[in-house]
Design a protein around this ligand. Sequence first.
Ligand code: APR
Ligand code: PHB
Length: 400
Amino acid sequence: MGLFGGARPKPVAHRTQVGIVGAGPSGLLLSHLLARSGIESVVVENRSREYCEQRQRAGLLEQATVSLLRECGLGSRMDAEGLEHGGIYLQYAGERHHIDFRDLVGATVTIYAQTEIVKDLIAARLADNAWIEFSVSDTEVSDIDSDRPVLRYRDSAGVLHEVVCDVIAGCDGFHGITAVAAPPERVWERRYPYSWLGILADVTPSTDELIYAHHPEGFALHSVRTPQVSRLYLQVDADDDIANWPDDRIWAALQRRFALDGWTLQEGPIREKSITPMRSYVRAPMRRGRLFLAGDAAHIVPPTGAKGLNLAVRDVARLATALVAWLRDGDSRLADEYADASLRRVWRATHFSWWMTQMLHTTPGDDFGMALQLAQLRYTTTSRAAATSLAENYTGVVAA
Ligand code: APR
Ligand code: PHB
């Protein structure tokens, strides 16, 4: 009964093939890939379109991610504006070494911000008359163990909807509701005792390739966004507050950590700054009944290896193929393999991200740990075998 004794309004009833929760890169790309094979879906997102399109995230794409986006018709702006990189610099003990991916593994990576991919995806879906609901509330999934799972939400005007689906995809990130509806059998987690302070600055990047700098005071990363905009990160304490970091303190720390004879870090106005905690998290399985999880809803990696977005893209590429085979052709084998097959790549990326993180972030007072890091960095920059291992993992050409 409603508040004044009237019957509760009946939700508006709908039917679709795939109900997708979350309009991040996972949910939007899944919906796009399914549509290309004639599978219809709805995407429900609790934030506004503007919020989704402005949110600053990572922006480094593996070669396979670039190829996939190109092949499914999302390459035009990425190809015009993305910046291809053939390597990275590792810096430690006052030395800067280039790791040449083209030479070591014949592959490259591309800088193209996740937020731009989200804009391209939303534009492509809307041009296709896709059903996307932004600014929803009360998202709920039920009946996932039946063959007619149900997705419920309240639209931005307050009207309740109930969508009967064949399959539901949980693409709602680390704080979403679908992972709760399908409780994991097992969880693996590591929290790191530091965070990343990230800035966007209106200044031409001071480097041709990304610089990963090990420094006794803490890690620093010089990344880029465009020829006019730099993205930089600093290791800070896990419980640090952005209020402790006025712009001049940020630049002073960056200057110390990147210092190198004969090289200058250019400074510019800081447009945005925020602190992100770092953790590794894997859950299994990535499926329960007719609910499939993908992207950050199923796993989190620390940003050091830039794997989060790339893993999400691998998940949904696999999931889209599996759902097309199942819902269009009646073959459920790939859907049955989805959870285990995805986890193999998740663990490869989880190991690589952990390895980069522990090699580059310093802990005050841990002299033994610091000496080990320097030994590992020297090995990685002087042994072709070790450098090749980093290059395979970083570019994503590694088998998993
Ligand atoms: N109902 C509807 N939408 C929801 C709900 C909910 N209850 N909870 C969360 N969402 C939305 C979030 O607002 C967000 O837009 O789900 C979306 C999840 O998107 P992301 O967090 O970007 O996750 P994903 O799409 O898996 O992207 C992969 O890997 O490392 C990262 O930065 C990388 O965010 C990227 C991610
Ligand atoms: C980024 O540009 O945001 C970025 C690049 C490389 C990383 C992490 C983040 O390892």
